[in-house]
Each structure stands twice: as structure tokens, then as C-alpha cells.
Design a protein around this ligand. Structure first.
Ligand SMILES: [Zn+2]
Length: 314
């Protein structure tokens, strides 16, 4: 079974519901989860800066969407609220998710927002997307953690929520690592040594995240795999798994696949061999060929992230 540390499915659910769609998860997205034996994931709320709707409204709409979908698809979809819910969901054969936010742009720019998010059931927080905001700098912006950012990090960790650094710039990530006193994740980032883009992590950052007992989720987004397009394929995705596992240990690697098939032009996006969850089993077979033992694959596919997910729900 597989757990995806980063899924944008909520964005797609919301887009379809805004157009009048109903029971969208079941109708459109359930089958690939089943086909790929994906039992759950971190589902994030994300405000798209290119859409002319205020970020706060986008986040609220997405929350409403999730609750409406949960009402219609409660037999196949479940939001995690306690560690026992994982067993409950798997017994019922429901897809489960930890609710997260990818960037706090749509939120009050003060650490008090963390308490509000927690009350809404959110257990995963990325401070920024690619831009800078009142908390930190994203990969395409300058600046480190701000004072509210520092307080937010402390608040997140006090509450055992999952702190996700995937979109932070180097300075903000360094500031977070200096403050951290619990596990940190980079839910969907690869190795910068193998593919030098700011969204990927240096060897030093990978080791530092592992030292917090964190997890780095491998991202299948083609531009994060290799500089030239011809080599953006499953073999080069496997290279990132191997490199990060060698640096950090297999207990600190996961999948944060960041699939693109939710996008409207899904054919244009994503790895051809890994467009949707239904194709994940081929990638696992490749990892086996490349030398991973069954037990190590189980850790990478599921158990490592689940260790931290359970901790965030306790
Ligand atoms: Zn992202």
C-alpha cells in the first residue's frame, strides 16, 4: 500500500464543484487511488496566485468543498482526526487524508492562525508557497523567517502538527532548522545535486531534515528530475530515491508525488509513465529492480510518512 505525502486533489475537487459538480471524488478520482493501492495522503489547501479570487476566499471554498465531498462520499473518503482513524479507514476500505495547507497566504498573518487551522482539523502546514508572505520566504522570493514566522513554527511544533519546508527558500529553511525541536518534513522535494533547481534540497539540507527524524517526499514533477527533458523519466526519479536514501537512510524517504493529473490539461503535464496513481505500481517494480528490499519499499511507500502522521494526530 502507498501513502502520498503531497496531493493537490482538493484543488481539482473545488474547481469542479464551483462548476456544479457533485460527489466529484468518487466519480473522478477514486478509481486511480484504488488501482495504485494508494490508501491515503496529505491533501493540501492551496490558493492559486494566478486566479483572481482572494487567497482567503479560495482557502474557504476549498474547506467547504472538502466538507461537502466528505458528506457525499463518507463511505469511501475519510479525514483523519485521531491516530486510530488510519486503521478505521483501512478496515472500511476508505481513502483517508491528513488535512494540510500549502502556504499561509490566504490566512491572517499572525501565529494565531495556527490555532484556528488546528481547530479546523488541519495538521500539516507549509508556511509559504513560492512567494514571500508575513511568515517566511518561498523559493522564488528573498527573506528568512519573520517574527510571526518564528512564532508560527513554535506553535506548529507545540501542537505536533507536521511542519513542511518544501517551498521555503534556503534562508527560511535554515531559520526553521535552527528553531526546530521536532520532526520536519519536505513533503515534495528532490535532490539538488541531481537536479539543480531551487525547489530541490542540498545534501546538507537533506541530512539536516533527516536528523530531526523527518521525511523527504520524492516528487515526480518532471522539471525537478533532471535538467534536460529527455532524461525526465522514471529511471531518473528512481535516482532521487536512491540518492536521498543513501544520504538520509531509508527511514527518512517517502513519496510526495505531486501528480499533475488534476490539472485541466492533464495530458500536457507530468511524467508520461506516472500521470496518475494507477501507474505507481510500475515505479515500485523499478525501485525493486534498482535494489530496494521489500521492507525498505514498505517504509518508503507508506510507513515513514505514517509514523509522522500518527504523531501529528496524537
Ligand atoms: Zn507544492
Amino acid at each position: 500500500m502507498l501513502f502520498d505525502g503531497h496531493s493537490d486533489v482538493v484543488y481539482a475537487l473545488n474547481r469542479e464543484r464551483q462548476r456544479g459538480g457533485q460527489d466529484v471524488f468518487r466519480r473522478r478520482y477514486l478509481q486511480p487511488f484504488r488501482q495504485g493501492q494508494v490508501e491515503g495522503g496529505i491533501f493540501v489547501l492551496w490558493s492559486n496566485p494566478e486566479v483572481h479570487i482572494p487567497a482567503s476566499v479560495q482557502i474557504q471554498q476549498q474547506m467547504q468543498t472538502l466538507h461537502a465531498e466528505l458528506e457525499q462520499a463518507g463511505d469511501v473518503l475519510m479525514m483523519l482526526r485521531s491516530p486510530e482513524d488510519i486503521r478505521l479507514a483501512t478496515n472500511r476500505n476508505s481513502i483517508y487524508f491528513l488535512l494540510g495547507v500549502e502556504g499561509l497566504d490566504g490566512c491572517v498573518q499572525s501565529e494565531t492562525v495556527i490555532d484556528w487551522l488546528y481547530e479546523q482539523g488541519v495538521r500539516h502546514v507549509g508556511l509559504t508557497w513560492n512567494e514571500a508572505n508575513g511568515f517566511a520566504g518561498g523559493v522564488y522570493a528573498d527573506g528568512g523567517l519573520t517574527e510571526p514566522g518564528r512564532k508560527a513554527v513554535q506553535r506548529i511544533q507545540q501542537k505536533n502538527m507536521l511542519l513542511d519546508v518544501s517551498h521555503l527558500n534556503d534562508r527560511s529553511l535554515r531559520d526553521v532548522l535552527l528553531l526546530a525541536d521536532g520532526p520536519i518534513i519536505a513533503s515534495h522535494s528532490n535532490s539538488r545535486r541531481l537536479c539543480d533547481v531551487p525547489r530541490n534540497l542540498t545534501d546538507e539540507q537533506i541530512r539536516a531534515i533527516a536528523e530531526t527524524d523527518g521525511v523527504i517526499g520524492i516528487n515526480s514533477h518532471p522539471p525537478f528530475l533532471y535538467a534536460c527533458e529527455e532524461k525526465q523519466d522514471l529511471q531518473h526519479l528512481a535516482d532521487h530515491v536512491i540518492h536521498i536514501a543513501e544520504l538520509a537512510g531509508t527511514e527518512h524517504v517517502g513519496f510526495g508525488l505531486d501528480l499533475n493529473y488534476w490539472e485541466e490539461d492533464a495530458d500536457a503535464a507530468g511524467l508520461p509513465e506516472l500521470k496518475h496513481y494507477g501507474q505507481t505500481q510500475q515505479f515500485l517494480a523499478l525501485l525493486k529492480q534498482r535494489g530496494f528490499a521489500e521492507k525498505e519499499l514498505q517504509q518508503i511507500c507508506r510507513d515513514n510518512f505514517l509514523r509522522l502522521v500518527k504523531r501529528s494526530l496524537a
